[in-house]
Design a protein. Structure first.
Length: 576
């Protein structure tokens, strides 16, 4: 046996026993004639005592060793209350080196998070030994197991869908795989199991789920890994929006309360329409830990002789800035200018009047009206954001975020969930000036075929919804379009002919003509879920072997070159 116990298992009950432990040398401490090692494995650490220093000749930190010795009680002055094994130590009689280690490590394991990311990812197998990163991956495994249990208890059946599939327009670039047997044709890695989960509903399965790998050729962000990610994908037959949201509420609440001590917003989660979220929070993924809300002051300023606001929408954000120095307001202006605003007006209530650059444009009646409208208290400040209609809400949202963080209003000890519903079905593509799908092309339009035929496409809403937690979009979903006539009209508006539908979505196009039930679903992102639970700032710290920000695997060297023979077999020629 290479070990009788793991490195986190020994307790005072084991005192007097002879044991064998195996693990990595975490630290080596020389106490003059006696050397101490902290031996580390997957489970934890144990202090090892060497009375014969010659045993450790040539042994460096991070070498893998096996030791045999007796468990003894630590001296009172060496007890380590931070360790589960801190009351005992193993005095070594025998030692074997199982795996030697170079003398110079690329970085110290415990300080790996302070190392440049390119170095960490090149030596990811060392980085993963960092107890903090290691515990993230352990938590990830536990969360996945918990999610599966929750879904099974709710009657969902786990079914795997194909990885090699066909390209479809789902919002990002596909990863293409050339076909050897069919020259000039390509598979695509699935951006999501979208068509397959709908086809499972048409096939008569009632509730499907899987921890699904998704592949999108997108640029990296702090909360988005390039290349691949995983989501809890689920779909329900004979279901409407409320049925899907109820499942997410239970599973997300149960998961977060199980894996965190922070406060978790209970079901039912708050709901906002897309229009309401954009107006009140300036984005479609509001962080409800920030109590500040945006109000519409366009009508209020319609009869105020202030040329900068004339004819444009105006938003206001009320907050308490009592005690803030002049530099606070100067910094707020600097931030506003950094995001493209020309300025940032404000008014502070002082007694019965205002202080601020806009006050001179207000009549006594307008001052009173504003105080009553906003229910302003002495010392409170209202900031004004004014710009073109298509960007004013986004700018107001950024100012809201800056104020919430700068004024330290954001509750860091809670997870605040909400739904954003009623997304527009279509949007105007800024590059082509043509109508395009705003969200998911397979969504059911509200009002069905009649709405598509009678309304301006930009006024049509869809049964689409997002799950948001602490300002992070955690899931997207929709009631699906299962009616072939509605499907044809929906895609026609976006510029697709019926022959396009038959060619690009042949499976769904055909299946919907053979009896398709109403169905709906959504897909919470697993990586983002773990990122929130661990409090990590980058999603790469919760993925075992992530690509870097430039979509490269620095450890294995992907993407890499292939041989001319491989290219010929795939019928591919490289362009210079």
């Amino acid at each position: 046996m290479l070990r009788t116990h793991n490195c986190n298992e020994l307790r005072p009950d084991n005192i007097g026993q002879t044991v064998r432990l195996s693990g990595w040398v975490d630290t080596i401490r020389d106490h003059g004639g006696v050397k101490f090692i902290d031996l580390r494995d997957h489970y934890g650490e144990t202090q090892i005592v060497f009375h014969d220093e010659s045993m450790l000749e040539g042994v460096n930190r991070e070498a893998v060793i096996s030791v045999t010795g007796k468990v003894l009680k630590r001296d009172e002055d060496t007890v380590n209350p931070k360790l589960d094994t801190g009351l005992v130590e193993v005095h070594v009689d025998e030692m074997t080196v199982l795996g030697s280690c170079k003398n110079m490590l690329p970085f110290d394991v415990r300080d790996s998070k302070q190392t440049r990311e390119d170095v960490r990812l090149k030596y990811r197998y060392i980085d993963l030994r960092n107890p903090e990163i290691h515990s993230n991956i352990v938590l990830r495994s536990q969360v996945l197991s918990f999610l599966r249990k929750e879904m099974e208890e709710l009657g969902f059946l786990e079914i795997q869908t194909p990885i090699l599939t066909v390209s479809s327009p789902e919002g990002a670039r596909d990863y293409l795989v050339p076909s050897r047997k069919h020259p000039g044709k390509f598979y695509a890695l699935p951006q999501a199991p979208q068509q397959f989960k709908q086809l499972l509903m048409v096939s008569g399965f009632d509730k499907y789920f899987q921890i699904a790998p998704c592949f999108r050729d997108e640029d990296a962000r702090g909360d988005r890994s390039p290349g691949e990610f995983y989501q809890l994908d689920y779909e329900m037959a004979f279901a409407e929006q409320d049925d899907v949201l109820a499942v997410a509420e239970k599973v997300m609440y149960d998961t977060f309360t199980h894996f965190t001590d922070k406060q978790v917003s209970p079901a039912p989660f708050r709901r906002f329409t897309y229009k309401e979220a954009m107006l009140k929070y300036g984005c479609d993924k509001p962080d409800l830990r920030n109590p500040l809300e945006i109000c519409d002051l366009t009508e209020y300023f319609s009869d105020v002789e202030f040329p900068i606001f004339r004819g444009k929408p105006v938003r206001g954000i009320l907050c308490n800035c009592t005690g803030r120095s002049r530099s606070f307001f100067e910094n707020s202006l600097k931030f506003a200018q950094s995001i493209g605003m020309k300025g940032l007006g404000y008014l502070t209530l002082a007694g019965e009047g205002f202080k601020g650059p806009i006050d001179k444009f207000l009549t006594p009646e307008k001052r009173t009206e504003l105080i009553k409208m906003l229910d302003m208290k002495d010392g409170e400040t209202v900031f004004f954001i004014c710009d073109a209609a298509h960007i004013v809400d986004r700018l107001a949202g950024q100012i809201r975020t800056w104020l919430g963080e700068t004024l330290e209003l954001v509750d860091k000890d809670s997870f605040q969930f909400c739904y954003v519903v009623d997304f527009p079905m279509y949007e105007l593509n800024p590059d082509t000036n043509k109508v395009d799908f705003e969200h998911n092309p397979f969504s059911m339009p509200q009002g069905g075929l009649k709405a598509l035929e009678e309304k301006d496409p930009l006024d049509v809403l869809a049964y689409q919804y997002d799950l948001v937690c602490n300002g992070v979009e955690l899931a997207s979903g929709a009631v699906r379009n299962h009616d072939i006539s509605v499907m044809k009209k929906a895609f026609e508006i976006a510029g697709y002919t019926e022959s396009d539908l038959q060619r690009r979505f042949s499976a769904l196009y055909g299946a919907f003509q053979y009896g398709a039930p109403p169905h709906a679903g959504m897909a919470p992102g697993v990586d983002r879920m773990i990122m929130l639970l661990t409090g990590e700032e980058t999603i790469r710290d919760v993925i075992a072997f992530p690509l870097n920000g430039n979509a490269q695997d620095l450890m294995c060297g992907a993407p890499g070159e292939v041989t001319e023979q491989q290219l010929r077999e795939a019928n591919i020629r490289i362009r210079e």
